[in-house]
Design a protein around this ligand. Structure first.
Ligand SMILES: [Zn+2]
Ligand SMILES: [Zn+2]
Ligand SMILES: [Zn+2]
Length: 937
């Protein structure tokens, strides 16, 4: 407004900086928060109110934070900040998962495997502990820099003494229900890492491996085949030749029909439907053995119970059995069963009373110590199993047992840590039974009826995981973790564990931590419990296996929620990535159901994963990672936070430089709007002195408040449902589309050009005040730093006497739902009229009907249906203000139509509106405004 009247107007005046400079301003603000203990103040101010507990899932203490970490903690901070504003007593205790193989692996890498293996476990544990603690500090700094409120000085660590003890307390509770047992079972076993692996620690990858068809010579010849007077074999197909020494049975499909292929004077039994294919694979004529002019046929049931010679140990006779899982699509329709090396085989073997033969040691080598007998590697004793594979194939070929050898590509389990292929191997392990005490059934019931899942569809994942999972194998043959509290009697070899020993171990861990397991003599802490129930001896030796690390983090409901003051069990909410349906969500649920028959959470929010802009996984090798620490130092943490709000965090989320540029642009729109609002409010208005009741506001301002109330209600609902991208979308559209182009643009004339304390300007200031107050509060959980910055400039009454935006109360809309809903129809019609006008104005410009390139130079006729007309008729002047035109004429018609004509009068040099001008050359309003100023002077 470069004219001489400029100094007579109320142009924006605020000290709130246009440029954010977040990278340099945020660290100072953070220091002030920490100095004042904003988190502590928030707890204090809501003390005694209804609590809200979001229980932090502990990240692994391994390296600095990455974007996935940042996303996770930011979402949690949105939730906590929102709940604090709602007045809930929020206690947020961040945690770290400190035990486990990744850290032990780093220490092993550092020491070298040889030195590692020669080092005392307690020393390894000390090194692991140091690594974990250093990394916790590194991550904690990153999380704090994000602006996440929480008890950062007192996080929970799964390596603390009390957490160690809680591991065993929960173990004991479940032990007492009878759900924990020791069993020999095939588990995924990494021969490189020397440990059993949980399903969650397995990654599948395609490999090309051997594929062999082998004949096992029958001892018992099936009925009818004796007439054919030739030796008989059952033919199997396998991709793991090394499991042949452990073969203990072959299984056929119940109800299926089998035939015999004739080749070289021998009969090979195969599934009838697969016989032509098997013959073709073997390169044989598809000739069937006939008896009495008909192909010989037998059902699985007829063949079941017949014996054949173990393929490696000829003296051993093994049975034909039936099993439902036998496939009829691949191979021969006859499955080679090695119960020591496969879960299905194991269960089929148990059902048929077949022994679990397991000839492979921890290193993946065949046992050789008991000679050339079943249960060893036989001819391959001492050999590593994959090395034995080709030798076994050649051996079979030499003996004439090999029908065909080829290769096949298939999906094979690999160790998540060392990436090597794993084997299935039966060992003595501790298990939690899923079914013996109804744990699975009770957990599924709780999943369905006692927990709310966000998004609702995520219930399917956890349900499927719990429905399909095997018993939980707890044993890990590692060092860095919490020991399984079992002893072996040195006198008789019995395994010893009972309530008395468990109580003694719990007390020991509380006092000294689980390190004491490796250093203290059991007689020093077991007391009266130091006795073998089998032989009465007093020489109990602590076993060496540790608990699955998922147990550690899983029992945080006890170590943290139950044991720590200010928290509550069950928690209101758990929030983690969707992979935790296999991991933490599940281990928390199962341990809680097992120990307390109740889920540890009332709600579970699932987050997706961060990807690059092209939807690829972020990885150092692709060079497409976005490092949050780098964004802190360039764009600022509020940009990370705004990015998190802008993406649908329940599915996979893309991030790259271009996306962050767009987020930065959105940030500027929010910041500019704050500045624009402050420009007419800071030092010029306060509710206490200048506030007006809604009835005294102009019609347009009332409609604006109705719409504001509506948007706020929608934002509130979205926060309540953890749909932050909806919060973002609502506020972005409201600020950028509606306010900037609509209401704020329309009312700035009144703000700038009316007399400073005129009723009309005060009315607009009332509305702007409400908009500012609403945006400040509705955005605070997201733009934590920026809103805190804004707080210093807002009218005093908006601050509620608070020094930090995080402590503000949630916004309360100036209208109740009834008042709001009564006004909204008029707002909608008004918006439709404005859209129609915008189009008509463009057309009028194009056709030359108007020539001035400003809407202020137009006058507008609007026809509306009667019902709409009734809504706008009492406020024609407000309609003109909203359209930013000189005048509006409303009339009744069938539909909405807008015509645009040049304005009457001339352009007022002060306000640039087209008006009839007075003697001083100004419009009436400007005349009054200037007069009022001169009166003051
Ligand atoms: Zn491994
Ligand atoms: Zn004993
Ligand atoms: Zn004027």
């Amino acid at each position: 407004m470069a004219n001489s009247y400029k100094k007579t107007t109320n142009l924006p005046k605020t000290d709130f900086p246009m440029r954010a400079g977040l990278a340099s301003s945020e660290p100072k603000r953070l220091a002030a928060w920490e100095e004042a203990d904003v988190y502590g103040l928030a707890c204090e101010q809501n003390r005694g109110n209804e609590p809200f507990v979001l229980h932090d899932g502990p990240p692994y203490a391994n390296g600095p934070i990455h974007l996935g970490h940042a996303l996770n903690k930011t979402v949690k901070d949105f939730i906590n900040r929102y709940q604090i504003m709602r007045g809930r007593e929020v206690a947020y205790v961040p945690g770290w998962d400190c035990h486990g193989q990744p850290i032990e692996h780093k220490v092993e890498e550092h020491l070298g495997t040889e030195r590692f293996n020669a080092t005392d476990p307690s020393e390894i544990r000390a090194l692991c502990r140091r690594f974990a603690v250093e990394n916790i500090d590194l991550q904690r700094q990153g999380f704090r820099r994000l602006g996440v409120l929480g008890d950062w000085e007192h996080p929970y660590l799964t390596l603390s003494n009390d957490h160690d003890a809680a591991d065993i307390e929960v173990f004991k509770r479940i032990w007492d229900t009878g759900a924990i047992y020791r069993g020999r079972k095939p588990v995924h076993w990494c021969t490189h890492c020397h440990t059993a692996l949980a399903e969650a620690e397995i990654e599948y990858a395609d490999v090309t491996g051997p594929s062999i068809y082998v004949g096992y010579a029958m001892e018992d010849v099936p009925e009818g085949l004796a007439d054919a007077a030739m030796p008989v074999s059952v033919m199997i197909w396998t991709t793991t030749p090394w499991t042949l020494p452990a073969n203990a049975a072959v299984a056929m499909k119940p109800g299926a029909t089998y035939v015999a292929l004739a080749h070289d004077g021998r009969a090979y039994i195969v599934l009838e439907d697969l016989a032509p294919r098997v013959a073709s694979v073997a390169g044989w004529e598809p000739e069937l053995v006939e008896v009495g002019g008909e192909p010989w046929r037998a059902t699985a049931e007829e063949l079941s119970g017949l014996r054949y010679h173990q393929p490696v140990f000829d003296d051993v006779l093994c049975p034909v059995i039936t099993a439902d899982y036998v496939g009829t699509e691949d191979g021969t329709g006859i499955v080679h069963i090695a119960p020591g090396h496969g879960a299905d085989d194991f269960y089929a073997g148990v059902a048929a009373g077949i022994p679990v033969v397991m000839p492979v040691d921890d290193d993946g080598r065949f046992y050789s110590d008991s000679g050339d007998t079943w249960g060893t590697g036989g001819p391959w004793s001492g050999m590593e199993v994959t090395e034995a594979n080709p030798k076994i194939v050649r051996w079979l070929e030499d003996r004439g047992a090999l029908v065909h050898a080829g290769t096949v590509e298939h999906s094979y389990p690999h160790c998540w840590r060392c990436k090597n292929p794993v084997i299935f191997r039966a060992t003595d392990q501790w298990f939690v039974s899923m079914d013996d005490t109804g744990l699975r059934r009770r957990s599924l019931d709780a999943i369905e009826n006692e927990v709310r899942w966000y998004p609702a569809s995520s219930v399917k994942r956890i349900r499927a995981m719990v429905e399909g999972r095997p018993d939980w194998c707890l044993s890990r043959q590692r060092v860095w973790g919490v020991p399984i509290p079992s002893f072996t009697c040195a006198d008789c070899g019995a395994s010893v564990m009972n309530d008395a020993t468990l109580d003694a171990v719990i007390a020991l861990f509380h006092e000294k931590g689980s390190d004491a397991w490796y250093t203290d003599d059991p007689s020093s802490y077991l007391g009266d419990a130091d006795v073998c129930p089998e032989c009465g001896g007093h020489h109990l030796v602590p076993d060496r296996d540790i608990l699955d690390v998922w147990w550690d983090s899983g029992v945080s409901h006890t170590a943290v929620l139950k044991d720590r003051e200010g928290l509550a069990f069950p928690a209101d909410l758990y929030v983690e990535g969707s992979d935790q349906h296999r991991g933490w969500f599940q281990s928390s649920l199962l341990t809680s159901m097992g120990a307390y028959s109740c889920p540890p959470f009332k709600g579970v929010l699932t987050l997706g994963f961060t990807l690059d802009g092209q939807g690829r996984k972020m990885s150092k090798s692709l060079g497409n990672t976005v490092d949050p620490n780098e964004i802190f130092d360039t764009l600022g943490a509020d940009i990370v936070r705004l990015w998190v709000a802008s993406v649908d965090s329940t599915s996979d989320m893309a991030c790259d430089k271009e996306i962050l540029d767009r987020v930065s642009d959105a940030y500027r729109r929010f910041r500019n709007t704050f500045r624009f609002l402050l420009g007419e409010l800071e030092g010029q208005f306060d509710l206490e002195t200048d506030g007006l009741p809604a009835s005294e506001l102009t019609a347009l301002d009332r409609l604006a408040l109705a719409r504001l109330s509506e948007v706020h209600a929608q934002v509130e609902e979205a926060y309540g449902e953890y749909r932050f991208n909806q919060v973002y979308r609502l506020l972005y559209d409201y600020v950028v589309t509606e306010l900037s182009n609509g209401y704020l643009n329309a009312t700035k004339d009144r703000m700038y050009c009316d007399a400073a304390d005129s009723a009309a300007r005060r009315s607009a200031q009332n509305a702007w005040y409400q908009i500012l107050s609403m945006l400040l509060r509705d955005l605070q959980p997201i733009l934590a730093y920026t809103c805190d910055e804004v707080l210093a400039y807002v009218p005093a009454s908006m601050r509620e006497g608070k020094g930090f935006a995080a402590l503000l109360s949630w916004y309360e809309a100036p209208m109740d739902a009834a008042e709001r809903d009564a006004l909204l129809p008029a707002y909608r019609v008004l918006t439709e009229v404005r859209n129609a006008y915008t189009k008509a104005y463009e057309e009028a410009l194009a056709s030359g009907a108007v020539t001035e390139k400003t809407t202020q130079a137009t006058r507008v006729s609007v026809t509306l249906p009667q019902a709409s007309l009734d809504l706008l008729a009492p406020m024609a002047g407000d309609v003109a203000e909203f359209l930013v035109c000189s005048e509006v004429e409303l009339s009744c018609g069938d539909g909405l139509a807008v015509t645009v004509a040049p304005a009457r009068g001339e352009k007022c040099p002060r306000c640039w509106n087209w008006r009839e001008l007075g003697d001083d050359g100004l419009c009436d309003r400007c005349h009054e405004a200037v007069d009022a100023l001169e009166g003051d002077a």
